[in-house]
Design a protein. Sequence first.
Length: 80
Amino acid sequence: MPSPHAVPIHNAKTLGQLIRRTRKQQGLNLETLAGLCGLSIRFLSELENGRESCGLGRVLIVLDTLGIELSASPPDETES
Protein backbone atom coordinates (compact mmCIF):
# COMPACT_ATOMS: atom_id res chain seq x y z
CA MET A 1 0.00 0.00 0.00
CA PRO A 2 1.51 3.35 -1.00
CA SER A 3 2.23 6.04 1.55
CA PRO A 4 -0.49 8.71 1.77
CA HIS A 5 2.23 11.17 0.74
CA ALA A 6 3.37 9.09 -2.25
CA VAL A 7 3.93 11.00 -5.48
CA PRO A 8 3.43 9.08 -8.72
CA ILE A 9 6.53 9.50 -10.91
CA HIS A 10 5.86 9.17 -14.62
CA ASN A 11 8.75 11.18 -16.02
CA ALA A 12 12.07 12.83 -15.19
CA LYS A 13 10.46 16.26 -14.74
CA THR A 14 8.15 15.04 -11.96
CA LEU A 15 11.05 13.30 -10.18
CA GLY A 16 13.16 16.46 -10.46
CA GLN A 17 10.37 18.58 -9.00
CA LEU A 18 10.03 16.17 -6.05
CA ILE A 19 13.77 16.28 -5.41
CA ARG A 20 13.88 20.10 -5.57
CA ARG A 21 10.86 20.47 -3.28
CA THR A 22 12.31 18.02 -0.72
CA ARG A 23 15.75 19.68 -0.82
CA LYS A 24 14.22 23.11 -0.18
CA GLN A 25 11.96 21.78 2.60
CA GLN A 26 15.10 20.46 4.29
CA GLY A 27 16.76 23.88 3.97
CA LEU A 28 19.52 22.60 1.70
CA ASN A 29 21.04 24.50 -1.20
CA LEU A 30 22.51 22.71 -4.22
CA GLU A 31 26.07 23.15 -2.94
CA THR A 32 25.31 21.53 0.41
CA LEU A 33 23.39 18.64 -1.15
CA ALA A 34 26.20 18.10 -3.65
CA GLY A 35 28.65 17.79 -0.75
CA LEU A 36 26.40 15.36 1.11
CA CYS A 37 25.91 13.19 -1.99
CA GLY A 38 29.42 13.44 -3.37
CA LEU A 39 27.96 14.62 -6.68
CA SER A 40 28.36 17.81 -8.69
CA ILE A 41 26.09 20.83 -8.46
CA ARG A 42 25.68 20.62 -12.24
CA PHE A 43 24.39 17.03 -12.01
CA LEU A 44 21.91 17.98 -9.28
CA SER A 45 20.72 20.98 -11.26
CA GLU A 46 20.18 18.85 -14.36
CA LEU A 47 18.35 16.23 -12.28
CA GLU A 48 16.04 18.83 -10.72
CA ASN A 49 15.34 20.25 -14.17
CA GLY A 50 14.19 16.89 -15.48
CA ARG A 51 17.12 15.86 -17.64
CA GLU A 52 16.25 12.36 -18.77
CA SER A 53 19.78 11.05 -19.20
CA CYS A 54 20.83 11.23 -15.54
CA GLY A 55 22.30 7.91 -14.39
CA LEU A 56 20.03 5.83 -12.18
CA GLY A 57 22.78 5.02 -9.69
CA ARG A 58 23.46 8.68 -9.01
CA VAL A 59 19.72 9.44 -8.84
CA LEU A 60 19.35 6.75 -6.18
CA ILE A 61 22.19 8.33 -4.16
CA VAL A 62 20.34 11.67 -4.18
CA LEU A 63 17.05 10.05 -3.17
CA ASP A 64 18.74 8.19 -0.31
CA THR A 65 20.52 11.34 0.89
CA LEU A 66 17.21 13.23 1.00
CA GLY A 67 15.39 10.32 2.65
CA ILE A 68 13.08 9.78 -0.32
CA GLU A 69 11.97 6.17 -0.59
CA LEU A 70 11.59 4.91 -4.13
CA SER A 71 9.12 2.11 -4.74
CA ALA A 72 7.59 0.58 -7.81
CA SER A 73 4.19 -1.01 -8.22
CA PRO A 74 4.00 -3.73 -10.83
CA PRO A 75 0.76 -3.95 -12.80
CA ASP A 76 -1.91 -6.16 -11.31
CA GLU A 77 -1.45 -9.74 -12.40
CA THR A 78 -4.38 -11.28 -14.17
CA GLU A 79 -5.41 -14.81 -13.35
CA SER A 80 -4.91 -17.24 -16.22
